[in-house]
Every structure is written in C-alpha cells, then in structure tokens.
Write a protein that binds this ligand. Structure first.
Ligand SMILES: C[S@@+](CC[C@H](N)C(=O)[O-])C[C@H]1O[C@@H](n2cnc3c(N)ncnc32)[C@H](O)[C@@H]1O
Ligand code: SF4
Length: 287
C-alpha cells in the first residue's frame, strides 16, 4: 500500500483574467497555446502513468473552466487513460464567470463528481479589490444548476481579511455561503504575495487581531451549522472531507502533471518546470 499511487493532480494554467492577489502558476488564456499544451500534457501523462488504480483526480489551475468546450473535450479524452477505483473522487476547480451550463453538463458526463468553486466574496467593493466580477444571482443560479444535474459534492472558496473589510462584511459573506447549502467550505485569510498586483501597489494586510477575530468567527459559525473543521482552512459536512487534500496530509503518493505541478512517486518528490516554453517543448521536470 505504501508504494501505491493514490492520486493525480493536473494543472491547467490558463485564466481569462488575473486576480490581484494571485501568485499561482497561470497565464492569460490564449487559444494559440492550448492545443500545444494539451499535446504536451498528453505526452507527459502517457510516458509516466503506470496504470495504477487511482483514488482521486484533481484538475486545478489556473482556471480549468476557462477552456472552451472543444478543449475540455480533448482534455477529458486524454484523462480516459486513468483507471479509477470504485469510490473515486474527481474534482475540477471552477470559477463562476466561466462556468456555463454546457460546461457543467460536460463535467458531469465525464465522471467529475466534485466541484471546487472560487467565489471569495459577495461584497462588491471587495470583489473589485480582488479583480473578480460575479453577481450574487449568477452564483446562486449556477450552483443551483450544478445541484439540479446531480453534483452533490461542492466546495466553495472564501477569502477574508481584506483591506477595510469589517467583521460585519464577513458575517454577510458567511451567511450567503451557508445559504448556498453546499457541503465543503475552504477559507483563506488574504496573503499579499510578492509579484501580485496587491503587492506592487503596496497594499497591507489588516490588523492581526481583527484577522484572528474573523478566523474565530468563521470557526464558530460553521461549527454551529454542522461543519467539521477537519484541516486548518477546510470545513466540511460529515463524509465530505476532500479525499484529495488528505492525500497530501497523509503523505500518500501522487502524480503531478502539467506546468509547475509537483508529484511524489517512488518516494521521490519532483516539481515540473514553471516555464511554458520548456513545458511545450516537453522538458517537463525542473532541472
Ligand atoms: C488555485 S486557487 C484558484 C482557483 C480558481 N482559479 C479561482 O480563482 O476560483 C484556489 C484558492 O486559493 C485561494 N487563494 C489564492 N491566492 C490567495 C492569496 N493570495 N491569499 C489567500 N487566499 C488565496 C483562493 O480562495 C482560491 O480560490
Ligand atoms: S485566483 Fe484563480 S482565476 Fe484568479 S488569477 Fe489565480 S488562478 Fe486565475
């Protein structure tokens, strides 16, 4: 069991726009690159996957749902190679703006059974600060549609402790998150990372005491609403803990495919190149 491979992480590094706080590995969506990227990804997977039965697949980003339907179809074709265990968990990271009904139908048809949706906040001023743009109506309608077609395992991400955010603002966000009636919530206190727009504009974090007060409020309110605080940033209803997160926490082995992805195979940790040109030229591992 110790040497078996538990999970697969696939990185899709494209985004329709770049958020002010984000230091993940991503580039602007550019149709020109996608075909080449998917070809390189296919080669990397086919050359390295050894046919193990996999418990969890996680497609992260970037924004996997920034790909067009035809591109997503190509991606799912590539992923057909993976043999899945009966109780598999297959997550796709989505953001609201690019998540259409057609894409949700396609994810469902291709065995995805968990969505992780970046919402961050409903507060208009804070959305602008983060350079994200969705409306409350859009979020509620898309999550309702996802549930209607059978997605019953949904995570949403919250970011708190933003400049000028008050405890009252956070309370309103948490109330709306709870109203969405999903079974997993990830919460992150904003980190101003180097090289991001917020860092360049010299933005500051909020006061530590308020940050801590917000964290305590989140823990208390989610507990009152039957969420289990099973990891530092993660809360879920019983039985809906992310199996993929637990791969990392329990030091289990996993493949990491795609630009900048990390893996842990044959008890060796590796990280792929973060350089798009090198990746497209199939020089996958960082040297
Ligand atoms: C891989 S990221 C983004 C997924 C998806 N592209 C999106 O934006 O919705 C996963 C989550 O990490 C959190 N995050 C990213 N950068 C952060 C930062 N600088 N500080 C705090 N949380 C951050 C956000 O909640 C984000 O949804
Ligand atoms: S937060 Fe998500 S959508 Fe925004 S730039 Fe980062 S990966 Fe892209």
């Amino acid at each position: 069991m110790k040497n078996s491979v538990h999970s697969v992480y696939i990185h899709i590094p494209f985004c329709d726009k770049i958020c002010s706080y984000c230091d993940f590995i991503k580039v602007f969506y550019n149709e020109k690159y996608i075909e080449e990227y998917l070809l390189a990804l296919e080669e990397e997977i086919n050359n390295n996957y050894n046919g193990e039965k996999i418990e969890t697949i996680y497609i992260g980003g970037g924004t996997p749902t920034s790909l067009k339907i035809s591109e997503l179809k190509k991606l799912f074709n590539i992923l057909k190679i993976f043999k899945l265990n009966d109780n598999y968990e297959f997550t796709v990271e989505c953001n609201i703006e690019s998540l259409t009904k057609e894409k949700l139908d396609l994810l469902k048809k291709n065995n995805v059974n968990r969505l992780s949706i970046g919402i961050q906040t409903f507060n208009e001023k804070n959305l602008k600060y983060l350079n994200r743009f969705h409306t409350k109506e859009e979020v509620f309608a898309k999550i309702k549609y996802a549930k209607d077609i059978g997605f019953n395992n949904i995570n949403i991400d919250l970011i708190y402790a933003l400049k000028n955010e008050t405890l009252d603002d956070l309370k309103k966000d948490i109330d709306l998150f709870l109203e969405l009636d999903i079974n997993h919530i990830s919460t992150y206190s904003l980190i101003i990372e180097p090289h991001t727009k917020l860092y360049i504009y010299n933005e500051n974090n909020i006061d530590d005491d308020l940050d801590y007060e917000m964290y305590k409020y989140i823990c208390k309110k989610l507990k009152e609403n039957n969420f289990i605080h099973y990891e530092i940033s993660n809360f879920s209803k019983r039985g809906f803990e992310s199996k993929h997160n637990l791969t990392y926490w329990n030091n289990l082995q996993y493949y990491g495919f795609g630009l900048g992805a990390s893996g842990f195979i044959n008890n060796i940790r590796y990280t792929n190149t973060k350089n798009m040109n090198k990746y497209l030229n199939k020089k996958f591992i960082k040297k």
